[in-house]
Design a protein around this ligand. Structure first.
Ligand code: BV8
Ligand code: ZN
Length: 260
């Protein structure tokens, strides 16, 4: 992996107060979670309009549940990868650090991140459309087909579908974390799903240094201040290594100047 982060960028990261990491399906790719739009993307077999929206669910709940049950089982069997763990290391280096994720796989929390804003919900949660009763995956995957609530209502995955509003509090906290960021990392996202995809440019407009981590260029790449081209599971650990080394050197020289 020969992606290198210029010293001035490491210095900027090292002296930042507030860093925000914005992630998409790409950060979970190395855990074995298929992305949406990649060549092996799960959208490839299905179209979003056929599955991830309420009218598709009302029209064909069995098909939508077949897709989610399949994804829930994949996600239950995977582990966070080095990219998720690098963000946990990063969180410990800053007084103010947040992860904003479009992912529903809960891998950031399972890796140990504590400030995680889930813009599109969480596939480990479900609720009844009629009465709102929450249900776990254990409850809903116990038997095949469309799970029903005690009240007779239909249970759905607790994820944000197309045409649905994002959870208000998560969105507000994410906007604040973008607007106040000194450095904003956009990691593993094709930057095409709104309003989430508007966050990197919002951060930049408020003065953030915008770093993109992705093996491929995206519509956001031309606006990034730095494009680190490579898989996040390799790039992010290298970035945090450089950051920790810089901090150590800076600490040593501060120590030396104190001793003089
Ligand atoms: C809303 C949860 C408002 C469900 C998801 C026309 C123009 C603009 C907007 C719209 C429009 N028409 C409709 C809209 C709005 C729509 C939208 O943006 N559509 C897009 C497709 C045009 N948005 C909505 O509907 C949102 N709601 O707007 O409500 C409203 C107003 C009034 C009244 C009512 C409503 C809701 C959007 C949420 C949809 N839910 N997921 C589920 O998961 O089942 S979206 C889905 O896409 C996932 O959440 C995913 O995270 C998200 C974004 O995709 P990415 O994460 O970027 O993943 P992708 O596969 O695309 O890319 C992966 C990237 O990783 C690639 O770049 C690849 O190169 C990279 N990668 C690969 N390997 C690696 C890697 N990177 C790093 N390392 C690697 N190893
Ligand atoms: Zn109910």
């Amino acid at each position: 992996m020969n992606v290198s982060c210029p010293d001035d960028v490491v210095a900027r990261l090292a002296t930042a107060e507030r860093v925000t990491a914005f992630t998409g399906a790409g950060i979970s790719a190395e855990s074995g979670v298929p992305t949406f739009r990649g060549p092996d993307g799960i959208w490839g077999k299905f179209k979003p309009e056929e599955l991830a929206n309420m009218s598709a669910f009302l029209r064909n709940p069995a098909l939508v549940w077949e897709w989610y049950a399949h994804r829930k089982k994949i996600i239950a069997d995977v582990q966070p990868n080095a990219g998720h763990y690098a963000l946990v290391r990063m969180e410990r280096l800053y007084p103010k650090f947040a992860v904003i994720t479009q992912n529903v796989d809960n891998l950031h929390r399972r890796a140990g991140s504590t400030v995680v804003h889930e813009l599109h919900g969480n596939i480990e949660r479900n609720y009844c459309v009629a009465c709102g009763e929450p249900y776990t995956n254990q409850d809903v995957l116990a038997r095949p087909g469309v799970p029903r609530c005690r009240c007779g209502g239909t249970i759905r995955p607790d994820v944000v579908w197309f045409g649905e509003l994002l959870p208000e509090e998560e969105w507000d906290l994410s906007v604040r974390a973008a607007e106040s960021a000194d450095v904003f990392l956009s990691i593993g996202t094709s930057a095409v799903v709104y309003p989430a995809a508007a966050l990197p440019s919002l951060a930049k407009r408020h003065g953030a240094f915008l770093i993109e981590v992705n093996p491929e260029p995206t519509p956001m790449t031309e606006h990034a201040d730095l494009f680190l081209q490579g898989p996040s599971g390799q790039v992010l650990p290298l970035l945090v290594d450089a950051l920790e080394k810089f901090r150590l050197r800076a600490g040593d020289s501060a120590e030396l100047s104190r001793e003089r």
